[in-house]
Design a protein around this ligand. Structure first.
Ligand SMILES: [Mg+2]
Length: 298
């Protein structure tokens, strides 16, 4: 009997597994179900916070590790991982369960190991303010915004905004007024401080040199210890996903309003979905898992 390959699915959220506007994932349910029945871990990798991802993970009934804030933290559920994965420690949930949010109850249930890779939020905010003063640009971060403004920019409701504001490793920001044509001064100012600027679907981000791809690499190594060879699928829609796609055995660009004409040259194995968001996610994952399943079991 030929054993089936062990697949890992690494996925971005906004604009990828979740619809860019509605944050819905219903169209991806058939592929999510297939992953569940075949025991394929779906590893959520996002610029979202731990609090947002923990709540979402519960709604999606996913028990695989998840990677928050562009690779700032990797979280493993103690119910799935009874021993701490190498380098991890128990995650402190104090201060991450604001009263009155619907996410707080699911947060309270979370018992997690954390592998921390990012720069702490207070240090990022300090650097963000310095960079803004240095460049004189109208940069506005989550730390400068009220909950209403974040809600307006993200389309999230009040509870969602609360969870999105509980940042640990990443400051999302906008540049008000005319967009600068050259981001080099901004990138240079971040680089001088050992930090990075990345670009997501809605915001720029100031963060440490953690990235989604490093988180993906560490989680992959962890699974390899137990399963030997693994095959990785990675799905994303934005530049901050591209290094993750580069590393994957099956890289998938989810179609969006933006086009990246040179990406196929950089990642020759790249598949580009016909549909956007969860619909594209669904057809790509079904196709990859079914096709390769049949091939290895033929
Ligand atoms: Mg995205």
């Amino acid at each position: 009997m030929i054993s089936s390959p062990f697949f890992l699915v690494f996925t971005d959220l906004d604009g990828t597994l979740l619809d860019h506007n509605t944050y819905g994932w219903e169209e991806a349910i058939p592929a999510l179900e297939l992953c569940r029945t075949r025991g394929v871990p779906v590893i959520l990798v996002s610029s979202k916070t731990r609090a947002e991802m923990a709540a979402l993970r519960c709604k999606l009934s996913i028990s695989a590790p998840f990677i928050s804030e562009n690779g700032g933290g990797i979280f493993f559920l103690k119910e799935t991982f009874s021993d701490p994965p190498s380098g991890s420690s128990p995650a402190d949930i104090r201060g991450l369960s604001p009263e009155g949010t619907t996410g707080s109850s699911s947060m309270g249930e979370e018992d997690l190991w954390i592998l921390s890779l990012g720069i702490s939020y207070p240090l990022l905010i300090k650097a963000f303010q310095e960079i803004r003063n240095e460049l004189g640009w109208r940069m506005k971060g989550f730390s400068d915004m009220g909950l209403e403004e974040i809600s307006h920019l993200t389309g999230l409701d009040k509870d969602g905004v609360q969870l999105a504001s509980m940042r640990e490793y990443d400051e999302p920001f906008i540049i008000e007024g005319e967009e600068p044509t050259d981001l080099a001064p901004l990138k240079h100012a971040a680089e001088q401080r050992g930090l990075l600027i990345t670009s997501g679907g809605r915001f720029y981000h100031l963060q440490g040199k953690n990235d989604k791809a490093r988180g993906m690499g560490l989680v992959t190594e962890w699974y390899k210890e137990y399963h030997g060879e693994v095959l990785t699928v990675a799905l994303g829609d934005s530049p901050n996903d591209f290094r993750m796609l580069e590393r994957a055995d099956f890289p998938v660009l989810i179609r969006s309003q933006r086009s990246f004409p040179h990406l196929k040259k950089r990642i020759p194995k790249l598949r580009i979905t016909d549909d956007t968001g969860p619909k594209g996610w669904n057809s790509a994952v079904l196709s990859i898992l079914n096709k390769n399943w049949e091939n290895t079991n033929a």
